[in-house]
Design a protein. Structure first.
Lengths: 254, 402
């Protein structure tokens, strides 16, 4: 196995606040890698550094041996990193199908000219991505909702639609920001099954999650952040028994 | 026959299809109907309609910027001016009196596209540094641009003819043209046809063709990957970027395409008027076109077109004629005394109406927006946005969380 993503000494400061402090780790290809930590530990900030929404103050982000430090989001997406958001961000007034079709944007080759004159190339490309979008909707169990506006979907459906849209960018690495937030136990089981399906498609999964059950079951390796610093790294069993992790979550015993 | 029937059946409940159909039929029969109704003296009205087409083109273009991509452009008339002046420079004797010393007479059909490209380039140049701004900031920058451009044209001295502008622009020519009852003559072929102010029907038909051309292209764009990207950027720029959309270049394209349409309309305007002056491209033009788009239905092409028709009709026919109509109404009701001015300060009903023209215009606008806040012919999305209530969960702050 080789590292698909290398986070090398990434630091992100906002004025005087150090949100992420010199964090280093590697995500191996084909694994489920989890990032955990108490609220405000800097998990989402780190995600934003990886996906190009923030430029790290210091450090590098290397993806498949390509330096992506500070690349804008659409470049990281094109390079093969897809993400979902902690607070779902769908195109609410676009249909579920259009949300997923939009995800194909960076893999499409129609030029302005093709769009203006609806060339045969444009038509066949549209047809192809529409079919592929339906497949992805089926994968997340939303094929019957394809014509509904994203905003009219149920909460769990919206989370899954966001994953389908991310998959449409044909990623090699999928970043899920708290995918199980607000899910009931049944939905969590379904989500874990979906994560397994995604893995089988050859996509590495990197997730932030608060639900320890999900994290322990789904992931092979875990990194723990606290106050922006990495305090532990390793397989779930090891991390669970790490005194520093217990302290970060439960506080110091007297 | 059955395919036709199926086509009709599947579109008859689609308001957009019906609107396109009615506008196309109306546009084709308008000159004949007008000539018939006025007993052959309707040339003026046909010409007025052709001028209305200029506004319609601009509304279609601004709809791309404001309606599709969600970028508020308050200086849209600047691109209209750039298109007009470009046409004026490449299709008149004017360059001969500038330091260049050689006048250009590019044929209308080519100059039209030169005007378009120059305006599109100006759009890209303005957009490149400013489209990183969001919302209100962009509106202010475009507002400034809209004010600067006409001033530059007014003060560029010999290059743009200064305050008097540039006159005697070339008119469009064609190798031939059909004449017929619509110009009050028998059917026939006119060789070496020149568009003149004596044959406004020709301008009108040309305008219809240009509009049809632009509508088809913009419609195609809307239903393409670019149209989808515009919608996505309008809905949520962050999510669009995360999904691999280069938001800056997509917005730049919207801005440029809008500018191109405006430049296209500007070139036609210069040719038809055969004269350009910086007086004709003020803020009021930008605002009128914006009002057409909003009132017609933002984000919907036939909506913007309908808005253009309605507002143009109100502004350039209803309001100018209102004083005369009121006087006629007053005298036919036997209230002739209303028409007389009296020493107590009553200036006569016609004068009162004429003075309060813009009050009436404002009241009509407010009335329409109260009755149909989503616009006359809204896009499905707009309709949803205005009728649905925001659920609590989605109303939560949407910034990136640390």
């Amino acid at each position: 196995m080789s590292a698909i993503l290398r986070v090398g000494g990434v630091t992100k400061r906002f004025g005087g606040l150090v949100a992420v402090d010199n964090v280093t780790f590697e995500v191996e290809e084909g694994e489920v890698f989890a990032l955990i930590g108490p609220n405000g530990a800097g998990k989402t900030t780190l995600f934003n550094c990886v996906t190009g929404f923030y430029k790290p103050t210091l450090g590098t982000v290397t993806f498949r041996d390509r330096n992506l430090t500070g690349s804008p989001p659409h470049r990281t997406a094109k390079a093969g990193i897809a993400r979902t958001f902690q607070n779902i961000r769908l195109f609410e007034y676009m249909s579920a199908l259009d949300n997923v079709r939009l995800g194909h944007h960076c893999r499409m080759h129609s030029k302005l000219w093709d769009s203006l004159f609806k060339t045969p190339f444009e038509r066949s490309e549209e047809k192809r991505i529409t079919e592929h979008s339906m497949e992805l909707l089926k994968l997340v169990g939303l094929e019957r909702q394809s014509e509904n506006y994203a905003r009219n979907l149920a909460y769990g459906q919206q989370r899954r639609l966001e994953i389908a849209r991310a998959l449409a960018t044909d990623p090699k690495l999928l970043l899920l920001d708290e995918p199980a937030a607000g899910f009931n136990p049944q939905e969590k089981v379904e989500l874990m099954a979906l994560v397994q399906t995604i893995l089988k498609r050859g996509i590495t999964v990197f997730l932030i999650e608060h639900d320890m059950k999900v994290v322990m079951q789904a992931s092979q390796r875990i990194v723990v952040l606290d106050h922006g610093e990495k305090i532990a790294e390793g397989p779930p069993v090891e991390v669970r028994n790490n005194p520093r992790v217990i302290e970060a979550y439960l506080g110091k015993s007297a | 026959m059955t395919t036709v029937r199926n086509f009709v059946r599947s579109n008859v409940r689609n308001p957009n299809a019906v609107a396109y159909f009615l506008m196309a039929v109306g546009a084709l029969f308008f000159p004949a109907v007008v000539q018939f109704a006025t007993g052959g003296s309707g040339d003026y009205l046909v010409g007025l309609a052709a001028d209305g087409g200029i506004y319609m083109l601009m509304a279609i273009g601004l709809n791309v910027v404001v309606g599709f991509a969600g970028l508020l452009d308050l200086g849209y008339a600047a691109f209209f001016a750039i298109g007009s002046y470009t046409y004026a420079l490449v299709a008149s004797n004017h360059l001969g009196v500038t330091p260049i010393g050689h006048s250009l007479h590019v044929p209308f059909w080519i100059a039209l596209f030169i005007g378009m490209f120059v305006a599109a380039t100006a759009g890209a140049l303005l957009g490149a540094p400013t489209l990183r701004l969001r919302g209100d900031y962009l509106a202010i920058v475009t507002l400034g641009f809209g004010e600067i451009v006409p001033r530059v044209f007014r003060n560029a001295g010999i290059w743009t003819g200064g305050v008097p502008g540039i006159s005697a622009l070339d008119v469009p020519t064609l190798p031939g043209w059909v004449q017929g009852p619509w110009v009050g003559q028998d059917f026939g072929w006119v060789p070496d046809f020149r568009f003149t102010s004596a044959n406004l029907t020709a301008y009108y038909m040309l305008m219809i063709i240009l509009i049809a051309f632009v509508v088809i292209l913009v419609h195609n764009l809307y239903n393409s990957r670019l149209g989808r990207a515009w919608m996505a950027v309008r809905e949520d720029e962050t999510a669009a970027a995360a999904s691999g959309v280069n938001t800056v270049s997509v917005k730049l394209l919207a801005f440029s395409i809008g500018a191109a349409t405006s430049g296209f309309a500007g070139a036609f305007y210069g040719a038809k008027l055969s004269y350009v002056s910086s007086e004709n491209f003020g803020f009021i033009v930008s605002v009128t076109v914006l009002a057409m788009v909003v009132l017609g239905g933002m984000g919907n092409i036939p909506g913007a077109m309908l808005g253009a028709i309605v507002l143009y009709f109100i502004l350039f026919w209803l309001l100018p004629n209102a004083p005369g109509q009121m006087q006629g109404l007053a005298s036919s009701l036997g209230l002739d005394w209303l028409n007389q001015s009296n020493p107590n300060g009553w200036p006569g009903i016609g004068e009162v109406v004429s003075r309060s023209k813009y009050v009436i215009f404002g009241l009509i606008l407010v009335g329409i927006m109260l009755l149909r806040p989503q616009g006359l012919l809204p896009s499905q999305i707009r309709k949803q946005e205005l009728t649905h209530e925001e659920p609590e969960a989605l109303a939560a702050p949407r910034q990136l969380q640390a």
